[in-house]
Design a protein around this ligand. Sequence first.
Ligand code: ZN
Length: 291
Amino acid sequence: MKPWPRTLFLLIDGVGLGADDPVRNPLRLGLCPHFALALDRWAIPLDARMGIGGLPQSASGQTALLTGINTGQLLGRHVQGFPGPSLCAPIRRRNLLRRLSRRGFKVAFANAYAVEKAEEVRLRPHHSVTTVAALSVGAIRTLSDLRRNRAVYHDLTRKTLPRPFRPISPGRAATHLMAVAKRNDFTLFEYFLPDRVGHRGGPEDLRRVLTEFDVFFKSVLRFADGKRNLLILSSDHGHIEEGGGPSHSINPVPLLALGCGADFLKRHARCITDVAPAVLRLYGARRGRSL
Ligand SMILES: [Zn+2]
């Protein structure tokens, strides 16, 4: 039997562990019962502050999760939005996709970009953390992949794509994602809508995002039943658990790990910089060899 896990890593933007109070915490409103129950049962808290003041932000938090670098200490601050040159260079070199790929493992970034050619993504003036990571291994999925159900759009349902794309259910998106994950040793999927609706959306947008995500999450949970499969979910910083207002929070973020290697991961992770090193240890030095 292969000694390394087959991992599906869900990077969810802007979801922290908040109060068990539906008045303060939208995650407790009953809109996402499966996700809320999973947080209660299996999540451990990860510190997202990285030892510095200010509100944790996406660029520094996602870099920390995917590389293990304490970006707060490196830059002396939390960095929002798109990473600048001082973050892009270490992301390219040290992100999980790149490091596992160099060890011979098959890696995938499952998000589809709304482009026909991957080169169009490279030419964009700004890249998100996950895009820098995906570009570092040439793992850009396009509308062509989406047409063949070999990718998932960022809204899960394709509702924001023009025709001829037709909306699909969040459960179907989960099926497509798991199919990608089964063909790879390590698959990353980013879902940033919780943070986005926290910043720009109204209460109805937040309700819709949480409801759709819950259907998706309930299906994706099945992935952890596979013999070698490891399902990981974590977030870059807290946000929507504090009422869905425009500000991030300093709350810890969840680390959900289920399946093969989950206990190891949870034993070795206390803050967002611990996840990537622990994942790398699970895979060993080279494909085909355990530690
Ligand atoms: Zn944000």
